[in-house]
Structure formats: C-alpha cells, structure tokens
Design a protein around this ligand. Structure first.
Ligand SMILES: [Zn+2]
Length: 290
C-alpha cells in the first residue's frame, strides 16, 4: 500500500448514528485532533438531510449504494443522488483512506470492520488490537472491493468503525469515547505506516463474516421467533454446536447445528429489524502478520 496522503472521516452516513456526528463536531471545534504530520484529515457529513431529521435515511440505505452493480432499482431515490454526489466529490482522490463512523444498537463494543484482507488492513487490525485489546476486528472480505456496497469503498481504500451498544438517535458518553479511542488508533497506524515505523506486530484473533440469520416468519409475515435470550447482548461470544440461537413462540428453540463454533454479532440490531435479520455470524480465526 502506498502512503496515505489524505484521510476522509465520514459521519452521518446513517443520519441517526450520533457518535460520529458529534465526533465530527468536536473535530471542527478542535476538541479532537484528527490530523497527523504525514496526512491531512477532512471530516464530512455524508447525508445531512437524514442527520437533520435524525433518521437512518430518507428513502433507502445510503451505505448499500456503492457497489459497481446495477443501481436501476434505486435511481430517483434521495440516497441514490447523495451516493453519486459523494462519488463525484471524493472517490477519485488518490492515496486517500475513507473512515466511515457508525453506531450499532448491538453490544459490539468498538469494532473495526475491514473489507479486504490485504496486508495494510491485516496490520491495521493488529495495531489496533494490540493497543486496544477489547476491540473486535471484523473482516467482511468475501466480496471483491468493487462489489462491496459500503460507502467507505467508494475510493480505493476505506474502513468502518462500528461502536455500540447505543440506541439510534441517542448519544452516550462511553460509546463516543470508544469511537475516539479506535479512531485515534487507526490514525496513529496510518501515520506509522506512512513513516515506515510500524513496529513489530503480534498475530491476533479476528472475526470473519459468514452469513446472516433471518427470523422465521409466519404466513401473516410476522415473526414466529426471537433471538434466544441466552445470546442477547453477547455479541462476539462463541456459540457451540447444540446451543440455542433463536427461541420460537411454539416453545422450542432453534440450535446451532454445525460442529464449528460460531460468533454472532449485530445481534438484534434495530436497523436490521425491517429486514427481519436476527444477527450476523462470523468465524474466529488467527490473523498472521509476521
Ligand atoms: Zn450505520
């Protein structure tokens, strides 16, 4: 990876995720230092109208508008236009890293979401994990870069910081603090990368996204199960073969059947409720950086 000359911090991709929106304000008011000696930092609000209304989006999810796939089905929607404008303004900036700031209602602590397993990102994960052991490093690297739908993939280089649990539209001290801590680590890493001063890194455990779990629905389209109470709030904790993941209203549970442990996350994320997604699942694997 070449040197990064510019970091673009993006908040308000989802208009009701306030940690990033307030961190943007703190940066503008010079109450949080986002510049380093080897790059400049620009901080923007991605979807100002959604922020104004304190909603996730106006018409459709902005953070699913950035794959190179056909966008005919969303043309004409507000976020389609916002995405095109974002691409025009920011996507072609060379040697730029986009850091997109998000909140989740799930109990995911500070999670760094990496969309490629290139050495630059693997080492970023190691750097952050070493200095912030409670952080979760989550790779969603199953799609090629161009097919990733996320805003942070608009250019050639990007990551997401996802911090929770925080109800959308609300603002918590601890969650904002976690976001600041993780962002500081990411910016420090970029600085060290540019200076060629990334010191010895340790191998680390990271999570690798596998699939989503949908809540089963009845004939009326309503749910017939919930996330099992045994795993509520226990994001990134292992679920073993034979342990329950969903509880049905009929009195029986739905179990994890495969032999390999699985790690639920985005458990009960409220923004995924509309799509009846109960959680996402990940494997845990060692990332070797040496
Ligand atoms: Zn979000």
């Amino acid at each position: 990876m070449d040197n990064i000359n510019q970091v673009l911090l993006v908040a308000g991709t989802h208009g009701n995720e306030l940690s990033g929106i307030y961190l943007n304000k703190l940066i503008k008011e010079r109450m949080y230092a986002a510049d380093r000696s080897t790059f400049s930092t620009n901080s923007v609000i991605a979807n100002p109208k959604a922020v104004e209304q304190n909603v996730r989006y106006l018409d459709t999810d902005l953070n699913r508008q950035f794959s190179n796939a056909n966008h005919d089905d969303t043309a004409g929607l507000a976020e389609y236009t916002v995405a095109r404008q974002f691409i025009d303004r920011h996507a072609s900036t060379e040697q730029q890293l986009i850091v997109d700031l998000h909140n989740t209602t799930s109990n995911m602590g500070a999670t760094l979401i990496l969309l490629s397993n290139d050495a630059f990102y693997q080492k970023m994960g190691a750097y952050v994990k070493q200095r912030m052991p409670e952080a979760n490093i989550l790779f969603e690297d199953r799609k090629p870069w161009d097919e990733q739908p996320y805003l942070c993939t608009a250019g050639k280089c990007g990551v997401m910081i996802e911090v929770g649990a925080q109800a959308h539209g609300s603002l918590k001290f601890d969650t904002l603090k976690l976001m600041k801590q993780m962002l500081t680590m990411v910016l420090d890493y970029v600085e060290k990368h540019n200076l060629n001063q990334v010191q010895a890194l340790e191998d680390y455990d990271a999570f690798f996204y596998v699939e989503e779990v949908n809540v089963p629905l009845g004939p009326d389209g309503m749910r017939v199960a919930t996330v099992h109470p045994a795993i509520c709030g226990r994001d990134f904790e292992a679920v073993k073969q034979g342990e329950p993941i969903l509880a049905t209203f009929f009195g029986y549970d739905i179990y994890w059947e495969r032999e390999q442990d699985i790690y639920p996350h985005f458990i009960n994320e409220s923004a995924y409720a509309k799509a009846n997604i109960a959680m996402a699942l990940a494997d845990k694997r060692l990332v070797s950086v040496n």
